[in-house]
Design a protein around this ligand. Structure first.
Ligand code: GDP
Length: 469
């Protein structure tokens, strides 16, 4: 297969036209439908996509333009686009996303903010909005679960605007109330938002796409808006050199049989090849190592059956790929990874310094006394630090990784009792650490929702203060 102008070449890398595939992240409050939306996009693409279907990557799914235009029918004229398609990051959530959107690079170029129309703005919606604002990421709002509106009459196979017009008076008035409230909430956040079909300029206005991840209504509309938004954004903002040395972000560090620690990486720029030297953000220092193998899911393997890998020699942005290399044990999720071509010592030095600087940008202010924080990725660590800062909770130490015995030792050194605490976000507690905690007065709180973790801790502080009075 030729590697130009085809929708998906043999390595599963989209490569058509002059722009690389935009990377799309899905964000939003828990239970608002992020996973269902992603599954639905993948499922519908597989069902309908005779043209190019989808390509499964590590940690991401590529939907080619031909498939999108097939799904979207009259909504999308494929000749309007220079983009090869869209690459959706499979893991919904916003914490890894929040790091390292600098130097023109990005884990994701654009985002979908999923909001349950009945539930409206919730704490994680606000968190996501703050990240989108801070990083200046263009986004659209998926006003999800329209099908749950009392009296909703499903109308598939047409633009969602028409479906809305064909609803009963009862359904329409209820839904409109919710949708206008959502538009109002977005406006309180400083965004001028409107139903997507009324938006002229998606750069300065936020398009709201009413849809149902469950029935699939409105999903073609969402894909259309994402294509339009990416096209503008990629043309104006991105100067992507897809043939240069690869640049990416580590999504996860995973042990893989036969390979040891491996990295699941989203490559957002350039090319990575077997044998390349790479610099990866590590716990203490940038790690310099050599790519031993590049792995991608076997074509046609079950979606998410990521264990069936095949080796590829080269991967081009945008793509998700598993990288096997020596010495990756201390690599961190959310850290940058960059390729250095050839034996260029000077380039290696520069890139290492750049990786060091990018890591230093992840700001966590620590204090003389405070709690110990552990989080799964650099992005979530930063998000935790921001949340704790807002709640005026001081941090003694903050690190990426599971809760280990060493953390218990550190927490014990806290001066005040309310600080002899470990807050774990999205991490495991190692058995040794659990045992250590039992033998000390250190308290552990772990959760996978930041604001809940903060609330749990605050409740504990109150309880402790009451007991001491
Ligand atoms: P996430 O936590 O944001 O990933 O949310 P999920 O995708 O897991 O969805 C949470 C719940 O809402 C699940 O029970 C879904 O089946 C349900 N759900 C998601 N989208 C829709 C929708 O469009 N309509 C309806 N009726 N239910 C939905």
């Amino acid at each position: 297969m030729s590697d130009t102008n085809s929708d998906a070449d043999s390595e599963g890398t989209l490569d058509a036209g002059s722009l690389r595939t935009p990377i799309v992240a899905v964000l939003g409050h828990v239970d608002h439908g992020k996973t269902t939306l992603l599954d639905r996009i993948r499922g519908s693409a597989v069902q309908e996509g005779e043209a190019g279907a989808i390509t499964q990557h590590i940690g991401a799914t590529a939907v080619p333009l031909s498939t999108i235009s097939e799904m979207a029918g009259a909504l999308v004229d494929p000749t309007d686009f220079d983009l090869p398609g869209l690459l959706f990051i499979d893991t919904p959530g916003h914490h890894s996303f929040s790091t390292l959107r600098s130097r023109g690079g990005a884990l994701a170029d654009i985002a979908v903010l999923v909001v349950d129309v009945n539930d409206g703005f919730q704490p994680q919606t606000e968190e996501a909005i703050n990240i989108l604002k801070r990083t200046g990421t263009p986004f659209v709002v998926a006003a999800n679960k329209v099908d749950t509106t009392p009296g909703w009459n499903p109308q598939e196979g047409q633009p969602i605007q028409q479906s809305l017009e064909q609803q009963s008076e009862r359904a329409t008035s209820r839904l409109n109330e919710n949708l206008y409230e959502l538009i109002g909430d977005l406006s309180d956040e400083g965004f001028s938002a409107d139903f997507y079909w009324r938006v002229q300029d998606f750069q300065s206005n936020i398009g709201v796409v009413p849809l149902s991840a469950m029935t699939g209504e409105g999903i073609p509309d969402l894909l259309t808006v994402l294509m339009g938004l990416s096209q503008r954004y990629m043309k104006e903002e991105m100067s992507v050199d897809v043939t240069g040395p690869g640049v990416g972000t580590v999504l996860e560090v995973k042990d893989e049989q036969g390979f040891g620690a491996t990295l699941d990486v989203v490559l957002y720029d350039g090319v990575v090849r077997e044998g390349d030297t790479v610099v990866v953000g590590g716990r203490d220092e940038p790690i310099v190592t050599e790519v031993r193998a590049l792995l991608q899911p076997r074509p046609n393997a079950e979606i998410r059956a990521e264990k069936q890998f095949e080796r590829v020699e080269e991967v081009r942005a945008a793509a998700g790929v598993k990288i096997a290399a020596p010495d990756l044990d201390d690599a961190m999720s959310g850290a940058p990874i960059r390729v250095v071509r050839g034996d260029d010592e000077a380039a290696l030095e520069t890139v290492t310094q750049e990786v060091r600087e990018e890591l230093a940008k992840i700001e966590v202010d620590t204090a003389e006394d405070g709690v110990v924080v552990k989080a799964d990725t650099l992005g979530s660590l930063e998000a935790m630090a921001n949340a704790l800062d807002e709640a005026e909770i001081p941090i003694l130490r903050a690190e990426v990784g599971d809760v280990a015995p060493r953390d218990v030792t550190v927490a014990q050194t806290a001066k005040e009792d309310v600080h002899k605490v470990i807050l774990g976000f999205n991490v495991d507690v190692l058995p040794d650490a659990e045992e250590a905690i039992e033998h000390t007065d250190v308290r552990l709180f772990d959760d996978d929702v930041i604001y809940q973790l903060v609330e749990e801790y605050e409740a504990y502080v109150e309880e402790l203060e009451r007991a001491q009075q």
